[in-house]
Design a protein around this ligand. Structure first.
Ligand code: F6P
Length: 357
């Protein structure tokens, strides 16, 4: 008999349900008896003992369903050691709820912040197995996270649609793509949709170079320009600021996001009409794409295998086209960013895409 707890934490993404289904199906199919506790709304469920017993029927029909059947929330790692408003010690409460149910293992699906807490729980003696979710693909230790490819599809479709209207009106269009502090999503959606300029956090931009690229296109007879801007994109001047100075600047920014700042600079310098589109949380919504369904199912099945063998303290990830187990202490607290010298960037430049550098 194995007793497992499941929880999904942080911003949701596509294929969370497919991954949980993979874990549970692989365990049921092994013939082992299992009891599944679904903790609700991320770590909040574990802290306050809110859970639901799940049986095989709960995992039927959810392969294609977006979101998470367990709900999710953000529980910042920064304050995890601080007592809650009623004085409750959150870490001790999580340990208590784990031991009270006699769990063999807790399966945690999440991104960067989630992994810091997962590793802390491992250090506190709990058996943990994690799965890498996030549309940002910024998790250390895995080449790919589930949710990413589905978000690339959505952002690509948005830019595809913008292309036709940009063409009709001869406008400059900016599409702001999610991705937090990294540019994987923007780069891939930008490449897939034929964006002319791509601005990502890993390559700070020079607005004069952006304007040069727009003018070059105009001289060649193109009436419109499409710019994919990562929500975390940063100018060369801002990249020189200290973290504190940059935070202060963001707090006082007159524009709602970097895209509007870039748009206003371009309008000032070129006199061309610029429009901004922000697809936002649409990028995390809807059904997982086929790639993510397969990928999350595979990761889930491998996680089930690890639990049956009693191997704990790992994230099930993907490296060099292989499913691998990565020690949690290697994953926690590190951000995976795009390497500006990566061959994908060089190839994009060969295609004539400007990064504003
Ligand atoms: O980490 C996933 C993500 O969608 C980021 O791309 C984005 O910056 C952030 O979450 C948005 O967070 P929230 O849903 O809390 O607004």
């Amino acid at each position: 008999m194995k007793r497992i707890g499941l929880l999904t934490s942080g911003g949701d993404c596509q294929a969370l349900n497919a991954a949980m289904r993979g874990v549970v199906k692989s365990m049921y199919n092994s013939g082992e008896q299992i009891e599944v506790y679904g903790f609700l709304n991320g770590y909040q469920g574990l802290i306050y003992g809110n859970y639901r017993m799940l049986d095989p029927s709960d995992f039927s029909g959810i392969l294609t369903r977006g979101g998470t059947i367990l709900g999710s929330s953000r529980t910042p790692f920064k304050t995890i050691r601080e007592p809650d408003e009623k004085g409750l010690n959150k870490v001790e409460a999580m340990k208590h709820n784990y031991h009270k149910r006699n769990l063999d293992c807790l399966v945690i699906l999440g991104g960067n912040g989630t992994h810091k807490t997962a590793n802390l729980l491992r250090e506190e003696g709990l058996n943990i197995v994690t799965l890498p979710k996030t549309i940002d693909n910024d998790l250390w230790g895995t080449d790919m996270t589930f949710g990413f490819q589905s978000a690339v599809d959505i952002a690509t479709n948005v830019i595809d649609a913008i292309h036709t209207t940009a063409d009709s009106h001869g406008r400059v269009f900016i599409v702001e793509v999610m991705g937090h502090k990294v540019g994987f999503l923007t780069l891939n959606a930008g490449l897939a949709s034929g964006a002319d300029i791509i601005l990502i956090p890993e390559i700070p931009y020079d607005i004069d170079k952006v304007v040069e690229a727009i003018n070059r296109r105009k001289e060649r007879g193109a009436s419109f320009t499409i710019i994919a801007v990562a929500e975390g994109a940063i100018s060369k001047e801002d990249a020189k600021l200290s973290k504190k100075e940059y935070k202060k600047k963001l707090a006082n920014r007159e524009h709602p996001s970097v895209s509007y700042e870039v748009a206003s600079e371009i309008e000032k310098r070129t006199g061309q009409e610029v429009r901004v589109t922000v697809p936002g949380h649409m990028q995390r919504g809807g059904s997982p794409c086929p790639y993510d369904r397969v990928f999350a199912s595979r990761l889930g099945a491998e996680a089930g295998k690890l639990i049956l063998k009693g191997e704990y303290g790992f994230m099930v990830g993907y490296r060099n086209r292989e499913i691998v187990k990565v020690p949690l202490e290697e994953v926690a607290g590190k951000l995976k960013m795009l390497e500006p010298k990566a061959s994908i960037i060089k190839e994009a430049k060969l295609l004539g895409i400007s990064f504003g550098d």
